[in-house]
Ligand binder design. Structure first.
Ligand SMILES: [Zn+2]
Length: 85
């Protein structure tokens, strides 16, 4: 099991493999965990989570996202058309 070392930024988002990630927060006790967020798909994870949540190769395939598909996702709930008054 290989988790990112403290201070070592993970290379890509586990869900969409985008490299546009940022550090959201660090543990109150230094070096315990780092929380990251993906700027592309908004996935967020903590470095101390299981590899299926932090490692792109072990993230469940059914939940993976391709960044190019994001604009095609349906808006839920659907926005109704404006009423004519
Ligand atoms: Zn992502």
């Amino acid at each position: 099991m290989s988790q990112p070392q403290e201070g070592q930024h993970p290379l890509v988002c586990p869900r969409c493999r985008s490299a546009a990630i940022e550090v959201l927060s660090n543990s109150p006790i230094a070096g315990v965990w780092t929380m990251y967020s993906c700027k592309t798909c908004l996935y967020a994870w903590r470095s101390s989570e299981a590899e299926e949540n932090t490692n792109p190769d072990k993230y469940p395939e059914a939940f993976r996202i391709k960044p190019e598909d994001i604009p095609k996702f349906p808006k839920v709930p659907a926005i109704p058309t404006l009423r004519k008054s």
